[in-house]
Write a protein that binds this ligand. Structure first.
Ligand code: ATP
Ligand code: DNN
Ligand code: MG
Length: 225
């Protein structure tokens, strides 16, 4: 039997390709013969489909997995507005309970040998007045994958995230450079600056895929050892 492996995937910001890379990693894992699923514990922004709230990230992650664990297992908290989640939750009177998220994770994890959990926004996004996504990563107790959205400003964001992970005792299993901005100037020099400073393996440089199909980026990536 294959050993179960799971990671918490975070990024340098919102809209930098966490979902894109999560899906590409799931495709890469499946191509290597693994049963692979993703999870989006908390999402902000939803459409109503047949009376059920569906978040776009959750739908993309659901489509990329080996099997469908059910939308509310894959995405236990789906808030309506595409805003900071603690504000969306407060507006709806929802309290985010970490225990419910961890139960859902166990439910899907028993059926897969590769699991990728996508955070929300960057690494320290509040979920209520005291708890944030860094606390959630600690509660998951998983090694972390960091997606760096390659655009001006990402070096600072990446290094702050690396420091924040270390401060919580989390292990950075690897990082991925995602070419979210294909027009970034001095790409190679920026990549070299990050490689020299991030104390973890580079798992891949994801090209800009014009049609946004993450399956086409799977070959540019590997899972952490
Ligand atoms: N390498 C890439 N090539 C082409 N398009 C990309 C790439 N990476 C990301 N994108 C596109 O950029 C947009 C933002 O990416 P994505 O939704 O994955 O970001 P995110 O970090 O998950 O955002 P959020 O914080 O909302 O979860 C999407 O439209 C996605 O398809
Ligand atoms: C709605 C959006 N796409 C993200 N899912 C939420 C990003 C929250 C960012 C909060 C912040 O750091 O200011
Ligand atoms: Mg996302």
């Amino acid at each position: 039997m294959t050993e179960r492996r799971a990671w918490f995937l975070t990024g340098t910001d919102t809209e930098i390709g966490k979902t894109f890379v999560t899906c590409a990693l799931l495709h890469a894992a499946r191509a290597a013969g693994h049963s692979a699923v993703g999870m989006k514990p908390i999402a902000a922004g939803a459409d109503l489909v047949d009376g059920e709230r569906v978040n776009e990230d959750a739908a993309r992650i659901r489509a990329a997995g080996s099997f469908d664990p059910g939308l509310r297992v894959l995405n236990p908290y789906c808030l309506a507005s595409p805003i900071a989640p603690h504000i969306a939750a407060a507006e709806e009177g929802v309290r985010i309970e970490p225990a419910r998220i961890l139960r859902a994770f166990e439910e899907l994890a028993v059926r897969a040998d590769v699991i990728i959990v996508e955070g929300v926004g960057g690494f320290r996004v509040p979920l209520d007045e005291r708890y944030d996504t860094a606390d959630l990563a600690v509660d998951f107790a998983l090694p972390v994958i960091l997606v760096v959205g390659m655009r001006l400003g990402c070096i600072n964001h990446a290094l702050l995230t690396v420091d924040a992970l270390a401060a919580r005792g989390l292990r950075l299993a690897g990082w991925i450079a995602n070419r979210v901005d294909p027009a970034m100037l001095r790409f190679d020099e920026n990549l070299a600056a990050l490689q020299a400073r991030i104390p973890a393996p580079l798992l891949g440089v994801v090209p800009h895929v014009p049609d946004g199909d993450p399956a086409k980026a799977a070959g540019a990536l590997r899972l952490p050892d």
